[in-house]
Structures are given as C-alpha cells and as structure tokens.
Design a protein around this ligand. Structure first.
Ligand SMILES: [Mn+2]
Length: 448
C-alpha cells in the first residue's frame, strides 16, 4: 500500500519547525517529485499563527502519533445494498478474493457476504442432505444479499491504532473486519493478515533529532532523513538514513541552502515563511547562534519574498522582522500556563529530568506584573509532568537579555553565572539562546 512521507518538526512546534517543514516539503516535491506532506506534532504558537495568516499559508497537517492506524491498511472494496440480488455480491466477491461488503443506503455496514456466509445460507436451504435440494444456483443468486450476509463482524474506527486492537482482531474468527469513520459509516474492510505487519509511517524530521522531542511512537515509524541544527541525541535507526545536522541559526537556513543548491527559487510566501523562521530562531540575527550562513540565507529569501506580486510587497527586512518578533511576544495577552508550555523542551542529564521553556517579551518590566501567576504555572507544569525542576527563560528580544525563573532547582544550579534578584529570579545579560547558552551552562553544572 502506498503511503505518503511526512515532513515534521518537534513537539510544541515553534516557527522554525513549522517553516522548515513547509519549506522542505515544497523543495522535495519540486526537486524530486516526492510524495510528501508537511506535518506538525502539536498546536502552533501565536507567532506561527500570525505569520501563516499574514502570508496566506495553510497550517501543516496535524500528526500526533506515528503508530499506524487502521486507515493505512484499509481496502476500499466495492459494495452492494442489502436488498440487491446476491449475484451483485457474487460479482464483487469474485473480484475481491471472496468478500463482498453489504452496506445500507445510509452508508452504515449491514453485513458481509463471504465463503462462510454463503455456506451457511446453502446449509439452511439444503439441510444436511444436499440430495434433497431443489434450488438451482440461479435461484440462490436471485435471493437478496441480506439473506447471505454475516452481520456479526467487528468494526474498527479508521483512526484507531492497530497496535491497540491487533490482539482483539486476531482472537476473532473472521478474516475480514469493517473499517468505519467517526460517524460509523463504511470506509472499507481490513484483512486479519494486514494487521500483523502494517506499513510504517515514513518520517523526515526537521528542526530536531532527539526522540524525546519528537512525535510519540517514533519507534514505530520509518525514519528517512533528519535535517536539523541542534545538539545530537538521535535515536538509532535500522538502515542508513540521510542525516544533516549543522550548527547554524535555524533549520530554515538549511532548507534555503538546499533550495539554492537545487537551482530553484521559492515562491514568495514560502520564502517569507522561512525568513520568519530564521528571524524567530535568531531573534533577527542577534542571537549568538547566528552564523554568516543565516545572514546569506536571509538575503536570498528577501530577494524571493519582497516582490511585487506577493503579500510581502510593502515590507522590507526591518519592517517584516519587527512584525514577526512582536507577534511572538507578550506575557499578558495569554494565559500563564501557555507562557510556560508554549515553547518548552524537556531534557535528561545525570539523574535529572527537567524542562526549559522560553517566552519572549519586548520589555522585561512586563514580567513584574505577571511574575506570581507565571511562577505558579511553572510549578504546576513541573509537578504535572513529574519533572525534577523547571526553568523559564523570559527573553527581551529588543535588549537581548533574559530573566530566569527556576522552580525546584537543585543546589548545584546556584553556581549559574547570573545575577540574583530579590524576587528569586536571575538576570542574565546577553542570554538569548536556550540551545547555545543556557542548556550548556546547566548541563555543565549537572554533569559536573
Ligand atoms: Mn530551530
């Protein structure tokens, strides 16, 4: 069975994850004619929503779990109505390998005509002594389908995970089962043997390589490729894959470079999206993660994006970057739990499991007003997720500094090289990058 490949970023997707998934999908289709779909593993954040809306682009497909579903092994077989003569079902069964789904006019399953159900019908007509039968085959084929249908067959929802139900299906005596949609309407049938070894969902991961940050049931998927710019922590694979992790400011930069290498030009809106991905990840090229390559990429994207027939025709890099950055900021405009979970990453080091979240503001004074609420939300989140400690990094995208909130930090983190404030927070001048500055500082203390 033919399955598409999904290009997908990390959980709690940020703008770079969404932008690089959409951008790389475009490139793989355009350059290779690949059957790929841009996907996301979670709710998009406020900044991403604003950029997609501004550019008139669609949200990627929500893929929340990589475990194969019934729909991937469903056979969409032709059907007959219960009142139609059995010869209709016979014609279908002769083409499908011995099964004809009988479906009501409203689309709900009625029963299946199978070898077994036909045997039962003839058995009823002839009894145990076939010598006495007066009926011809033609007479039988004139009977309505409902008389020859097995109506006791199990139904499975097309979005149910095969893994969860395969044992139940194997205990049944039937070889075929119904696959129905959320309204209980016929989608197709699935055969027992299809469930034993379902095809794996194919994935290309962008903007992450750690299983912990990836879609759930990643181990059940077939990993084809990784395109990323984070520290390594990738799961082992069964066969060799394309793997590219480079220390640049954003995955959107890598997608841009691939497009240039292919001799292609991105459509203005997708170029604008990748530009926003770079702006967001590098805080418009001021973060220490920024490289020369990010600068080059943004120049190239600007040439593709700021053209007459695009939604960006009235923008330049400065005006667009201001809009993108301010769309992602603000503490007051969203609930405190969203501030601490909107951009969260979970890490494991030594014996600790902890989270580092990041929220962006245009003025750090904004934090004072919401501090208590946000501290509560941080604690609740930590307890809810069963973490040892939690860190929130509130970053001023204008001045390029952060304030850190720590919930239940281990003693060793008192050695973090930042200024302690009277309210218990830490002020970290020049700290804007979780990945390049804060994560290494915390890991080096924990791992001593
Ligand atoms: Mn990124």
């Amino acid at each position: 069975m033919r399955l598409p490949t999904y290009v997908i970023g990390h959980m709690n997707p940020d703008l770079d994850s969404i932008a690089s998934a959409i951008g790389y999908t475009w490139l793989l289709r355009e350059r290779d004619g690949a059957d790929v779909i841009a996907a996301r593993s979670g709710v998009i954040n406020k900044q991403t929503a604003w950029v997609l809306e501004f550019l008139g682009l669609e949200m990627p497909y929500l893929l929340s779990d990589a475990s194969p579903r019934f729909e991937v092994v469903t056979h969409r077989l032709d059907t007959a109505l219960p009142e139609q003569p059995l010869r209709e079902a016979w014609a279908i069964a002769s083409r499908t390998g011995g099964v004809a789904p009988i479906v009501n006019a409203d689309g709900t399953p009625f029963g299946m005509v199978t070898g077994n159900s036909l045997f039962n019908l003839i058995n009823q007509l002839a009894g145990p002594h076939p010598v006495k039968i007066n009926t011809t085959i033609n007479d039988i084929l004139d009977l309505p389908c409902d008389q020859a249908s097995d109506t006791t067959i199990e139904r499975f929802n097309k979005t149910a995970r095969i893994r969860d139900l395969v044992k139940k299906a194997l205990r049944e005596e039937d070889n075929e089962f119904w696959v129905v949609d959320d309204h209980g309407k016929y989608v197709g049938i699935v055969r027992q043997r299809d469930l034993l070894n379902p095809p794996r969902i194919k994935l290309i991961l962008v903007d992450h390589n750690e299983a912990q940050q990836s879609i759930s049931s990643l181990e059940e998927a077939e990993l084809l490729e990784i395109l990323d710019h984070h520290r390594l922590g990738n799961p082992p694979t069964n066969s060799p894959i394309r793997f590219m992790v480079e220390p640049v400011g954003s995955t959107s930069t890598l997608v841009t470079e691939r497009t240039v290498e292919a001799g292609l030009a991105l459509p203005p809106e997708i170029a604008g999206l990748l530009m926003a991905g770079i702006i967001s990840d590098t805080l418009n090229l001021i973060s220490p993660t920024t490289t020369k390559r990010d600068n080059e990429a943004i120049k190239k994207l600007a040439r593709w994006a700021f053209v007459d027939n695009s939604r960006l025709k009235n923008e330049d890099l400065k005006s667009y970057a201001e809009k993108v950055l301010s769309a992602g900021t603000g503490l007051g405009s969203r609930p405190a739990n969203e501030v601490v979970t909107g951009d969260i990453k979970i890490y494991k080091a030594s014996d600790y499991e902890f989270s580092i979240s990041q929220a962006e503001v245009t003025d750090l004074y904004e934090l004072n007003e919401h501090l208590v609420k946000i501290e509560d939300a941080l604690k609740q989140m930590r307890v809810g997720k069963g973490l040892d400690f939690a860190v929130l990094m509130v970053t001023d995208v204008v001045s390029g500094s952060s304030i850190l909130l720590l919930d239940n930090p281990p003693l060793i983190l008192e050695d973090l090289p930042y200024r302690r404030n009277s309210d218990g927070t830490l002020t970290a001048e020049g700290l804007v990058s979780r990945k390049k500055q804060l994560v290494p500082a915390i890991l080096s203390l924990l791992e001593g």
